[in-house]
Design a protein around this ligand. Structure first.
Ligand SMILES: C[S@@+](CC[C@H](N)C(=O)[O-])C[C@H]1O[C@@H](n2cnc3c(N)ncnc32)[C@H](O)[C@@H]1O
Length: 264
């Protein structure tokens, strides 16, 4: 069966268990460390989400590629963080781990149904620093600003191993418009000196490099910083020399695009 050949990756929840006890509890599932991220493990155990350790909140199941945007954002204890498109919560809960559950994380999503699933993860993992909001990110209120913002944008998911959909050109263009509006609002919400990470799990230039190009055309108070990552990455592929060298692509278990944006 395919299920037996699929390796899962997971992230330890240090709020529920320390590393030593985690390794002891999980040894029966043949977990292996991931060399570039101390919080990540892989396992070939087929039904890891049906174990008692999962129910107890000892870990979160997350693809390896999806763990990288938060590493680049690098939230710290005490930070004020916004995750503008947060459900079902892989990266918002990862932010809470990096921050040792100390600070404020607003996890926003336009989908109330998907927020419910985020709420159940927060409960299972025992996180207290995340508050949920249910705005369309394009009109998220500008009454406060944030030190760190993640925009893990809605996208065509062409790089995802779960994706089975083909998207029309019109659909890609409409996603690109949505991503540009979300990114502009995210910059408005960023404090001076703050960091914003834009990520997608898709491979179209329209949803990636073109969105960053649009931002550079619209705003002169931001710069793009190329993230340094501990594995091989490629630069953008749009042919635009003012964007490509500063953004990055990589494929671990999924293809991901990341741009790191600083506000002056
Ligand atoms: C790629 S998923 C986010 C995954 C999430 N960051 C995680 O790591 O678990 C994109 C999310 O964007 C949300 N979304 C779509 N349009 C939105 C909008 N206009 N404002 C806010 N969220 C939106 C979707 O409901 C979906 O949950």
């Amino acid at each position: 069966m395919l299920e037996h050949t699929v390796a899962f990756s997971l992230r330890i929840n240090s709020l529920r268990i320390d590393r030593e006890h985690f390794l002891e509890a999980m040894s029966k599932y043949n977990i292996k460390e991931v060399e570039w991220y101390k919080d990540a493990y892989t396992t070939d155990f087929p039904s890891i989400s049906r174990t008692i350790e999962y129910q107890l909140g000892y870990f979160y199941i997350q693809s390896l590629s999806s763990m990288v945007p938060v590493q680049v954002l690098s939230p710290k204890p005490g930070d004020r963080v916004l995750d503008l498109a947060a459900a079902p919560g892989s990266k918002a809960t990862q932010c809470a781990m990096h921050m040792q559950d100390d600070g404020i994380i607003i996890a926003n999503d336009v989908s109330y149904m998907r927020l419910k699933s985020l709420a159940s993860h927060i409960d299972r993992l025992g996180i207290t620093s995340i508050a949920l909001t249910n705005y369309d990110g394009r009109t998220f209120p500008k009454s406060i600003t944030f030190d760190k913002i993640l925009l893990d944008a809605p996208c065509s998911s062409m790089g995802s191993r779960k994706n089975v959909m083909q998207h029309s050109e019109g659909r890609i263009r409409s996603l690109s418009r949505l991503q540009k509006s979300l990114l502009l609002r995210a910059v408005d919400l960023l404090s001076p000196g703050g960091t914003l990470v834009y990520s997608t799990c898709t491979t179209t230039v329209e949803e990636n490099e073109e969105v960053i190009r649009y931002l550079l055309d619209k705003r002169n108070d931001i710069s793009i910083e190329r993230p340094e990552l501990p594995f091989s990455i490629s630069q953008g592929a749009s042919g635009d020399s003012s964007v490509d060298p500063h953004v990055c692509w990589f494929t671990l278990d999924e293809a991901f695009f990341i741009a790191k944006i600083k506000r002056e």
